[in-house]
Design a protein around this ligand. Sequence first.
Ligand code: GLN
Length: 525
Amino acid sequence: MSKYIFITGGVVSSLGKGISGSSIGKLLQLHGFNVNMIKFDPYINVDPGTMNPYQHGEIFVTIDGAESDLDLGTYERFLDVYTSKANTNTAGDIYRTVINKERKGDYNGATVQVIPHITDEIKKRFAALKDKCDISIIEIGGTVGDIEGLPFIEAARQFQLENNKEDIFSIHVTLVPYIAGAHELKTKPTQHSVNKLREIGISPDMIICRTEYHLDDSLKKKISLFCNVKKENVIEALDVPSIYYIPKTLYNQKVDSLIIKKLNIKPKKKFDKTWFIKVESLNTFNRIVKIAVVGKYADLKDAYKSIDESLIIAASELKAKAQVRYLGAEDKELIKKLKNYDAILIPGGFGNRGIEGKIKAITYARENNIPFLGICLGMQCSVIEVARNLANLKNANSTEFDKTTKYPVIRILDAQKDVVYIGATMRLGNYKSEIKKNTLAYNLYKNTEIEERHRHRYEMNPEFINVLEKVGLKVSSYHKGILPEIVEIKSHPFFIGVQFHPEFASRLMKSHPLFKGFIKAALTK
Ligand code: GLN
């Protein structure tokens, strides 16, 4: 069985196509189907790895090392699957593949064109995971009408033509704006957007309408009539307190049954309601735990999306609600502000800006027994902090920030690079490490072997391990016995830094042990 659901967006961007897709995927999974999601981004960047988080939000890293869109994180948290390079595609990568083939002479002298060469490559990728799942959900990024998006929508049209009608379901996500002056919800933008889609040759089977107010019957009728979609397939997507409620709101409108019927498939098991029960539990808490995340992109929550979700999920398992606030590392009042929080997290990052503020925040956490979790750059800063303030290595630093530092406690390790890196200049994707017993790390993971996702160039310098361990910073986990992966301070109630990104491994149904331990420590502070 190979079925496809295409998701396009209209009117404006950021309507939550990824969340709609993940929610639909979740419902189908609860019916027993094996679901996979593939994202297509129409921009020319080969991947979002080089983009500023202000442009694109967090870079999500897959286990096989793809630097991808944050929607893949939503897929993983919702569906509890592992995505891979095949789940993330960009126009840049597709063009590059086609151009590389052209340079090799693979097109036998043909003129290489958007149709058919680019569209053929896109179609190949639509079907990439078909043997691994029952249903592929294909999300086309951007908004219908964008120039860059055209080859993708054209490829979707051709794909419909070349496959059975009953194998494909097309969903268009739009906005139904509320005009305050007229006290009215307006359907015209949706009509125009669907017209645009139909011009290219795609007639949606379902329209999901993002709206601030209830869509009454007459509005649904209007959208149905003008957009050529049955009224029951016009779906209302009201704003909800948490994205995890969306599967339920879609289920209440029978979205899953409508899709199952059109695709002519039979549920593989009795519908499993555990997800809905879990989501309800997000709202039952008896304590609030205040977490400060000290980073560079303090005013853009999406830059730390997976961290945010990991904290929320871990807190909910402990019957608490995580109140996560983002504090700018360069804020002059930072330390004063930190006094209002139960725990401090320093996330990953690149570049010099804000480093000294982060180090000060770590000194504050260390000296005042405040639970501290350092992720990637956050871990590296904790090594610098301990080197400077406990080991008296004056101006110790990472060579990322100070190339000539006398004490390069963090640096690129050329000697090890060839041994442990797979080609690229960054350590990307999953790497194993071994945890030492009698450590905080072992207490949290309850395991001596772990595998976590990486995205960094610099490492803790092994030459300084001895001197730092003497002042209390224990390396509790190594990759292949060489590269430090976790550091901790034994005499502190919870001080841990990890060279990897645990936030990418949280699932709604199962929090990550590091985040759970961190929140637990914050609650008992
Ligand atoms: N900039 C650091 C490095 O490249 C940390 C990267 C990160 O936090 N993801 O090693």
